[in-house]
Design a protein around this ligand. Sequence first.
Ligand SMILES: NC(=O)c1ccc[n+]([C@@H]2O[C@H](COP(=O)([O-])OP(=O)(O)OC[C@H]3O[C@@H](n4cnc5c(N)ncnc54)[C@H](O)[C@@H]3O)[C@@H](O)[C@H]2O)c1
Ligand SMILES: C[C@@H](O)[C@H](N)C(=O)O
Length: 365
Amino acid sequence: MTLSPIHILGKDGGGSLKNTLSVSSIHNRSLGPDCISEDMNNPRILITGALGQLGSGLAKMLRAKFGPENVIMSDINKAPKHILEAGPFVYADIMDLKGLKEIVVNYEVDWLIHFGALLSAIGEANVPLAMKINIEGVHNILEVAKQYNLKCLIPSTIGAFGPDSPRALTPDLTIQRPRTIYGVSKVHAELMGEYYHHKYGLDFRSLRYPGVISADTKPGGGTTDYAVEIFHDAIKTGKFQCFLKPDTRLPMMYVKDTLRSTVKFLRVPSDQLTMRTYNVTAMSFTPAELAEEVRKFMPNLEVTYRIDPVKQAIADQWPQVLDDSRARADWGWQHQYDLSTMCQAMFAKLKPDRVLFETNYYRVY
Ligand SMILES: NC(=O)c1ccc[n+]([C@@H]2O[C@H](COP(=O)([O-])OP(=O)(O)OC[C@H]3O[C@@H](n4cnc5c(N)ncnc54)[C@H](O)[C@@H]3O)[C@@H](O)[C@H]2O)c1
Ligand SMILES: C[C@@H](O)[C@H](N)C(=O)O
């Protein structure tokens, strides 16, 4: 049988040899010399919504483990050159069930990591679209995963809790009555995934992430975005206007921890999991506490507060501190970054001249 090449690079229409992956080469699941061999299942992995805040970092981590050609990034947006050059990238709209099936079949996908979503603030601004993407889209993902027997990860969020949930040390199993479309859609995803697990044996997994802080990729319209914006604004202008009140405490995580938790969770044998949806977290802080930490690197940072009522109302319904003890007990989750080391890591990436590494501590010039 002759197998036609799948052109990965679309931008210049060229599809150079470097960026062209033939189906036959995809079928050859050899790992590069630096890759750890996962003999049990050297999986081929599809990531939807991979151009968002979390996707490219996860692809990088998974490619280091399983080989670049075994991790297929996808999105509805055009990918920048460095993404196209790093490994397979394809167009995939999660609303297109047939298109998803084609990718899964053509690339022999084993794991489906579903990152395509609308986040909390942007979801409130466009409820019909959020329902489409976060609810109908999830139905497509679960159907494909069931039909092709894929391991399927759909992340959830602290936004899956609501005003009736305990806010201090929110446990995995508690009241969940969120009042945002984002939260409602995430509870729906958790329950649908667990239903498919119990009814059809689908290996569904979900992690409830807190707000994620990253330097490389910007957040996509969430309530916790302020904790990323502060670094960019501080470096660019020396000023930061925060859309949440100074004492709004929320659970947070540095992106490296988020990605590590995801990879670790995906690799846990199914029978070791006592639940299908776990809380994971690393730290909790308020805007005032974050500003104080950022000032250790930029002492003259000016912070003002101009409250966004929609985002503040969302934050006021979310957990302040998440209890992730079950993830720690069941599959050994441990975070590495706290508020201080997260700030060091952010400045080291965004403005290395602000941090001087000297035998284990950082200092401001
Ligand atoms: N970033 C966080 O702080 C955070 C926290 C908790 C949970 N999560 C969850 O993690 C997942 C990934 O989040 P993220 O921060 O990378 O999101 P993001 O908003 O940065 O990226 C989402 C991506 O989905 C894509 N997308 C939108 N519509 C699509 C469609 N129809 N088909 C395919 N792709 C589409 C977008 O182009 C975008 O690249 C989401 O499920 C999110 O709810 C994120
Ligand atoms: C918390 C999380 O789901 C996302 N960062 C949001 O604020 O919407």
